[in-house]
Design a protein around this ligand. Structure first.
Ligand code: SF4
Ligand code: SF4
Length: 128
């Protein structure tokens, strides 16, 4: 029987190699630099042009004016498809992709986050 013989060789060959998969979640993979993970917003850079809102295919961003040239962003991460179009469209680099990928939530309200503009111009903690 040729085929089982071949198979045994393959099994033996692979049993000597390190596994191709990681034992997630105990071992977490390092994402590449251009990974499109959770989006973050920098209100100091934002000029309120709303290009991100216009270009988002998932209607996942709202930008609100909260003072003189101050803007805050609300993200609906439960709608976001992580395409990074908003990051590309922003003329001020106010939106960034992070490497964060563990985004599962039991309550979808936790996917709705607001990045507030602080009075002193310093950024940034997202709050539900
Ligand atoms: S990554 Fe894509 S879907 Fe998500 S907020 Fe940006 S443009 Fe919208
Ligand atoms: S595209 Fe950039 S600068 Fe314009 S509203 Fe969105 S985050 Fe702000």
């Amino acid at each position: 029987m040729k085929i089982p013989g071949k198979m045994a060789k393959e099994v033996l060959r692979h049993s000597l190699k390190p596994p191709a998969t990681l034992n997630y979640p105990y071992v977490k993979p390092e994402m590449p630099d251009n990974f499109r993970g959770k989006i973050v917003f920098d209100p100091v850079r934002c000029i309120g042009c709303r290009m991100c809102v216009k270009d988002c295919p998932a209607l996942a961003i709202e930008i609100a004016a909260v003072g003189d040239k101050k803007f805050e962003a609300r993200f609906y991460l439960d709608r976001c498809i992580y395409c990074a179009q908003c990051v590309d469209s922003c003329p001020k680099d106010a939106l960034l992709n992070t490497k964060e990928y563990e985004l599962a939530q039991i309550d979808r309200q936790n996917h709705r986050i607001t990045f507030h503009a602080h009075a002193d111009g310093v950024v940034v903690d997202p709050a539900p």
